[in-house]
Write a protein that binds this ligand. Structure first.
Ligand code: UD1
Ligand code: CA
Length: 452
């Protein structure tokens, strides 16, 4: 089939410079959600109609499988579909989706496509307690006869609660004929796509309907209030599917997944955690409260304590991270590594059993196994112009407040005494200490405050 996504509308009530369909839901533009769902149906042609916001829309979502049709000015939904016609395959039906309706499930659309077959016009409809604002489905003897827009409806028509979600499947050759015959002789002076329904009935084409699995699948975003509502609905449904897979969530209302979170067995996630991009948690992983984890892999049995921030990093099994740890891009930790509070690791490999438990910075480093990095120790990896590498071999001990001025190597089992500023390689097994001599003056008197 063909899929046309209407995304030219203005979105005035968003009060934003960003085109409405580019506002993010779960970290991704509304339109990208619709495109993803459309792709899952394997259309032969996929066309996005854009207009308001200009090139920003195609720039944000462009891909080889998408044709873009410009609609300028925007003269209504029928006029919008007209712009897509040159991109469509006439031998297949056309499914119309809206770029600002992000949560329609593929299952619902398959159901609609099924009732449409090759020759019927199929409309996705729902019954709403308050149908205000929507096009009403007008039936005669149970059969759909036409759609009337809110602004054109009589009082009796306004009382109808079955509404047009806007999502339709239309036989494409007929669509071309009907669109060519549309007029804008209505309250909004627009070319309504919905007017083709009465034309279909007139031409003896069956008009059928299907209903979505849930009403929220058809809700659109016109304001930040509606965007926030759909965000919560989406997050709750992601949380439910995690629960169904056996993940324990301290509160399913307080987790946000902006991407894909893949979990093993017996994973526990405490409140207020945000997962961004592709995150994988192994069996028995625990994520304590208030962690932000992006594009990361955390292996079996690891504990991530409160307020940790993990970004493009890998953590080996049975490790303990945080509280207040920061793993930056390229941090790659082995098994049973401990990274404690206010420790930052960037672009560094840390082998099994090593520990940096307090207030340290490790950047552009290769750290061996069973290394201990003391409180306040840092790698000085940046000379103001270039980044340099630090190598710390197995079983080394880096004392408190040590500065390792890269590039350098700390040999196997070497001990670097507290406060040392190391500027050259330390040999295997050596003790290195650079320390100013302490000066002692016994009986020294502190200056006294002068009275004025
Ligand atoms: C439309 C339907 C109405 C339905 C409602 C569901 C028509 C005439 N009316 O109403 O029956 O109940 O959707 O939400 O079809 N768009 C364009 N170009 C345009 C106009 C709109 O691309 O010139 C796009 C918008 O970006 C949006 C979609 O089409 O994604 C619907 O537009 P909107 O203005 O929200 O339609 P309504 O008038 O609310
Ligand atoms: Ca709308």
């Amino acid at each position: 089939m063909n899929i046309v996504i209407l995304a030219a509308g203005m979105g005035k009530r968003m009060h934003s410079d960003l085109p409405k369909v580019l506002h993010p839901l779960a970290g991704k533009p509304l339109l990208a959600h619709v495109i993803e769902t459309a792709r899952s149906l394997s259309p032969t042609r996929l066309c996005v109609v854009y207009g308001h916001g200009g090139d920003q829309v195609p720039q944000a979502v462009k891909a080889n499988d998408i044709a873009f049709a410009l609609q300028n000015p925007q003269l209504g939904t029928g006029h919008a579909v007209m712009q897509a016609l040159p991109h469509l395959d006439s031998t297949a039906p056309t499914l119309v989706l809206y770029g600002d309706v992000p949560l329609t499930s593929a299952a619902t659309l398959r159901q609609l496509l099924k009732v449409a077959g090759q020759d019927n016009l199929a409309i996705l409809t729902v019954n709403l307690d308050d149908p205000t604002g929507y096009g009403r489905i007008i039936r005669q003897d149970g059969q759909i006869a036409r759609i009337v827009e809110q602004k054109d409806a009589s009082a009796a028509e306004k009382a109808v609660t079955e509404i047009n979600t806007g999502i339709m499947v239309i036989p494409t050759p007929k669509l071309k004929e009907w669109l060519a015959a549309l007029s804008n002789n209505n309250a909004q002076k627009e070319y309504y796509l919905t007017d083709i329904v009465a034309m279909a009935v007139r031409d003896g084409v069956s008009v059928v309907s299907a209903q979505p699995g849930a009403i929220w699948e058809t809700l659109g975003v016109n304001s930040k209030v509606q965007l926030a509502e759909l965000e919560r609905i989406h997050q709750r449904s992601v949380a439910n599917s995690l629960l169904e897979q056996g993940v324990t969530l301290a509160d399913p209302a307080r987790i946000d997944v902006r991407g894909t979170l893949t979990c093993g067995r017996d994973v526990f996630i405490d409140v207020n955690c945000i997962f961004i991009g592709q995150v994988t948690l192994g069996n028995g992983v625990t994520i304590n409260a208030n962690c932000v984890i992006k594009d990361a892999m955390i292996m079996n049995g690891t504990l991530v304590r409160e307020f940790s921030h993990i970004d493009e990093a890998e953590v080996g099994s049975h490790s303990i991270i945080g509280p207040y740890a920061r793993l930056r891009p390229g941090a790659c930790l082995g098994e049973e590594v401990h990274i404690g509070n206010f420790v930052e690791i960037k672009n560094s490999t840390i082998a099994a059993g090593s520990k940096a438990n307090h207030l340290a910075y490790v950047g552009d480093s290769t750290v061996g196994a069973r290394v201990n990095i003391g409180a306040g120790a840092i790698t000085c990896n940046f000379d103001g112009a270039n980044k340099h590498e630090t190598i710390i071999e197995d079983d080394a001990f880096i004392g408190t407040n040590v500065e390792l001025v890269a590039p350098l190597r700390v040999g196997k089992g070497a001990t670097i005494g507290a406060g040392t500023t190391l500027t050259r390689d330390a040999p295997d097994g050596a003790l290195v200490v650079t320390r100013a001599k302490a000066t002692m003056r016994e009986g020294w008197k502190r200056p006294e405050k002068i009275k004025k």
